[in-house]
Design a protein around this ligand. Structure first.
Ligand SMILES: Nc1ncnc2c1ncn2[C@@H]1O[C@H](COP(=O)(O)OP(=O)(O)OP(=O)(O)O)[C@@H](O)[C@H]1O
Length: 559
């Protein structure tokens, strides 16, 4: 074993190490929240590459969001596994579809529809109907669900009585709309997001040469968050694999939060039945959170199917999770903002704090309350860091300056470039302006953290590599995020707000199945916290009297 390979293993605990060394064949890893599953799979890939078992060009790591793919790519790069691709299912499939289309169909691949709602709206109008924006989005969700569940329109029509009813749309009309939507896209030579996987799987099934090319390109597969895989994604994965079985899947059934969109943890839990020679591992040592937080998380999931029992590895942590109950949402927002402002005066960095909520509509009130306390915020998922116009301009300027050559100290060069796009030493007032400033300032902080003597050319290359990997620099702001978007992330201090019945769990979650999905969402939220977890809720909203969320009591958290 080379010294480097030994070093990779040294960063792991005995369970993680076993996973890293299981380099061939089907492997499933059931990993609880905060147990280092990302660490285990990135180290496994890096170890495989270092040992010469994997050709990095032939390794594909698949995730569900571009953000997660970026995170994975960044971590692989740090471990020296350059060349390995971390992609989303969609990204990998789109690249393949665009590559094969000219060869096997001819001409360019159809254009990708930026979003479904406009096309659905046009379809609905052609039927002489008028529907609210919300119903149009619900129809889009139905189309997505049908496609990721791999149902033809006929089969879907037979199952419609089991689907949620849509306001003002009869089952017949819903089918009619979907038929016309399909036709409209065909006429325009456009495809939607799910069609990318649908078309690719069709192509790999009928064109053995295409399947062969993909299989030649990729030999070793790892899928993160496998509990959220849909039947369509799993089908594409099987086509990528062919008769081979070098597949490692990692996930946590307790963090299945996309079943409303067609995901199913059964593929993770039944992996052993599908691959009888699979090796199954478990990760249950939680490194993230203090023992009281782990105890609450375990209680919330007690005896739920597929739930793992986390054991806390951290010591100390006598701050138990707390619950505060307020009269109104405004009172809650004000109190949370005050607590955060006080924490900052005690020296807690804003980037160490997150406020999580059930729906995006809740962010505005918290943002306002924090801004009025002078606390910088960033709304997670609103816009990707490298898509910000200012950030793009700043990177372009830095690249230009690197090309032109500039021998001055890095900090000086970068701050000069940032000034051109509107950065100044003093942060501005106002939430949006402040967020813009924080984004630019994070580039300066990154320059500041580079090793002494780093040149503008090296810095520009670092920025480019980070941009490619969607590896964002840290912004000095409190993160505001919907729980769904917080998956995979962690913060020292987490506030979960709106823990009132009807809000979290959300009012339309009525069946046991839906409530269980809400519980898993609460589990994801609670397990993001490292040191402190503060829960809160409010009694009245829109003249409705509410009770504290059942999840608070079930996690054993008291006021
Ligand atoms: N062997 C280890 N020793 C020390 N710390 C570890 C170890 N493994 C993981 N950690 C730490 O535990 C935390 C969680 O790790 P990671 O981000 O890999 O988690 P995860 O299992 O992917 O989390 P989740 O599923 O909750 O998103 C991180 O802070 C990581 O540094």
């Amino acid at each position: 074993m080379t010294a480097d390979a030994a070093e990779i293993l040294q960063a792991l605990d005995p369970d993680q190490r076993e996973i890293a060394q299981a380099l061939r064949g089907p492997v499933s890893v059931l990993a609880g929240a905060g147990t280092g599953k990302t660490r285990a799979i990135t180290h496994r890939i890096a170890y495989g590459v270092r040992m010469g078992v994997y050709d990095p060009q032939r390794v594909l790591a698949v995730t569900f969001t571009r953000k997660a793919a970026g995170e994975l790519q960044g971590r692989l790069r740090e471990l020296g596994a350059d060349g390995v691709r971390a992609r989303t299912f969609h990204g990998a499939a789109l690249a393949q579809l665009s590559h094969f289309w000219p060869q096997f169909v001819g001409g360019d691949a159809p254009q990708l529809l930026p979003g479904k709602v406009a096309a659905i709206s046009q379809t609905v109008e052609s039927l002489g109907m008028r529907l609210s924006g919300e119903t149009l989005r619900d129809i889009a969700a139905e189309i997505e669900w049908r496609k990721v569940s791999m149902l033809s329109l006929d089969t879907y029509a037979q199952q419609l009585d089991q689907r949620p009813a849509l306001a003002g749309v009869t089952p017949e009309k819903l089918i009619d709309i979907q038929e016309r939507y399909t036709k409209l896209l065909e006429e325009r030579r456009q495809i939607d997001f799910e069609d990318v996987l649908v078309l690719l799987s069709g192509m790999l099934e009928v064109e053995p040469r295409a399947a062969l090319q993909v299989r030649e390109q990729y030999r070793f597969f790892t899928v993160d968050e496998f509990q959220d895989v849909s039947p369509l994604q799993r089908h594409v994965l099987k086509l990528w694999l062919g008769a081979r079985d070098d597949l490692c899947v990692v996930g946590d059934a307790s963090q299945t939060i996309y079943s409303f969109a067609g995901a199913s943890s059964s593929f993770l839990l039944r992996f052993g039945a599908e691959y009888p020679n699979a090796r199954e591992f478990r990760l249950e040592r939680n490194y993230r959170s203090t023992p009281p937080i782990v105890v609450s998380a375990n209680r919330l999931m007690r005896e739920k199917p597929g739930a793992l029992q986390l054991s806390p590895m951290r010591e100390g942590g006598d701050v138990v999770p707390q619950f505060e109950w307020f009269q109104t949402e405004q009172d809650e927002a004000r109190a949370v903002a005050q607590a955060i402002a006080q924490a900052r005066t005690r020296g807690v960095p804003a980037s160490d704090i997150a406020v999580l909520y059930r729906t995006n509509a809740q962010s505005a009130r918290i943002e306002e309350a924090l801004t009025s306390q002078g606390v910088p915020t960033r709304v997670h998922g609103a816009q990707r860091f490298y898509d910000r116009a200012d950030v793009r301009r700043a990177i372009l300027l830095i690249r230009g300056q690197a090309k032109a050559g500039d021998d001055r100290p890095l900090f000086q060069v970068v701050s000069d470039m940032l000034r051109v796009v509107g950065w100044s030493a003093k942060p501005p007032e106002g939430a949006a302006e402040r967020e813009r400033w924080e984004a630019l300032n994070s580039i300066l902080s990154l320059a500041d953290e580079m090793p002494p003597g780093t040149t503008i050319v090296q810095f520009s290359e670092e920025l480019l590599a980070r941009q490619r990997a969607q590896h964002e620099p840290k912004m000095e702001a409190v993160t505001l995020s919907a729980v769904h978007a917080s998956k995979g992330l962690e913060w020292p201090h987490v506030h979960v707000v709106g823990l009132s019945e009807g809000i979290f769990p959300i009012s339309h979650a009525q069946s046991e199945h839906d409530i269980e999905e809400e519980r898993r969402l609460a589990y994801v939220a609670f397990t993001r916290a490292r040191d402190t977890l503060l829960l809160s809720g409010f009694a009245s909203a829109a003249r409705v009297a509410r009770q504290p969320s059942r999840f608070v009591g079930e996690a054993g958290v008291r006021p």
